[in-house]
Design a protein around this ligand. Structure first.
Ligand SMILES: [Zn+2]
Length: 334
């Protein structure tokens, strides 16, 4: 059988596992909700289950895959240790994710940061293919940013790309990072859910909880938000409107600073809400773009729902690779 690779997108809401062939065609897939309780070992267990199912549906076994790529939130060490994966249960410390999965799968495992992996994938085979300098904005549970400058993946000193934590409002809504007024506090799915539940508790009328239960979910997923907005649920519409404004402000500020060729909008909410909302984000950016600059292209992620998992698998086979940035020590480092 031709060389097959595995890819796992470890998201805050779902774990998407795929098996692809040499031309990145999906041969098998499986999707599970991300555990809401427990710790890293429990999350890893679901990842193993999901990829095993994807391999089975592709007519193979995990041990016969050339390798498995993983896109994970949090800080990822070169050996695949994942630290402080926010939005995942009990994952404030470090966990040897690559090692744990290698033992379970019987093949090599490469772990990368989910946002970097997603941006690289759009750059290599997705909507960012025509461009040299690109900002990937992943509008999902949080709001992640991946930056490729002149073909080089920009990591800074390890922490670059946190566009979700640019400030859009002085002393604004509390963010998951502990500060106030971050873009993510308005646009992140998790933050919007906290705000919505608070408003509902205070008596706001909304069908968000009813829609969630109808879908047999425990969270306000992207599709719960989408359906609520389609139904013109007042609370959902108002929170999504605020999210669009925050995204417009934050992304425009980043564009003013970087003058990049293109912005790619992806993530769970980004892909679910699609092109009409990319157009709304462009309109929300307009009043904040620096006069005289050439506006960048703003495009919907080209790899869609499977983009994260495809990007994860792509780590084992780079087509148009953004060069890794050289890490330079910071001012306060010895
Ligand atoms: Zn923040």
């Amino acid at each position: 059988m031709a060389a097959l690779r595995g890819g796992i997108d470890l998201g805050g809401t779902k774990i998407e596992a795929i098996v692809v062939d040499a031309s990145n065609t999906v041969k098998g897939s499986s999707r599970h909700p991300t555990p809401t309780a427990g710790g890293p070992a429990d999350v890893a267990k679901v990842m193993v289950q999901a990829l095993s199912e994807a391999a089975k549906s592709a007519g193979t076994e995990t041990g016969d895959l050339t390798g498995v790529g993983v896109g994970s939130p949090g800080a990822v060490s070169p050996s695949g240790v994942v630290t402080a994966a926010r939005n995942l249960p009990g994952w404030n410390g470090s966990f040897p994710l690559a090692g744990t999965l290698e033992t379970a799968f019987g093949t090599r495992v490469i772990v990368g940061n989910d946002v970097a992996v997603g941006t690289q994938a759009e750059y290599a085979i997705g909507a960012a293919k025509p461009y040299g300098s690109v900002l990937g904005v992943f509008w999902g549970t949080g709001v992640g940013g991946g930056l490729i400058l002149d073909g080089q993946m920009w990591h800074g000193r390890g922490g670059a790309g946190e566009i979700g934590h640019v400030v859009v409002k002085d002393n604004g809504r509390r963010c998951g990072c502990g500060h106030r007024g971050c873009m993510e506090a308005y646009a992140g799915r998790a933050s919007m859910e906290i705000k919505a539940r608070k408003e509902i508790k205070k008596g706001a009328k909304s069908d968000l909880i009813k829609l969630m239960k109808k879908k047999d979910r425990v969270r306000f997923t992207s599709s719960v938000w989408f359906d609520a907005v389609e139904m013109e649920d007042k609370l959902a519409v108002s929170l999504i409107d605020q999210a669009v404004l925050a995204l417009g402000q934050g992304i425009a500020s980043a564009v003013n600073l970087l003058d990049i060729d293109a912005v790619i909008i992806g993530g769970g909410l980004g892909t679910r809400f699609g092109q009409p909302y990319v157009d709304r984000i462009i309109a929300a950016m307009e009043p904040h773009l620096f006069p005289g600059h050439t506006n960048p292209a703003v495009a919907l992620a080209g790899l869609g729902d499977m983009g994260g998992a495809l990007g994860a698998a792509l780590q084992l086979k780079r087509t148009r690779t953004a060069r890794a940035a050289t890490r330079r020590p910071g001012l306060n480092e010895a």
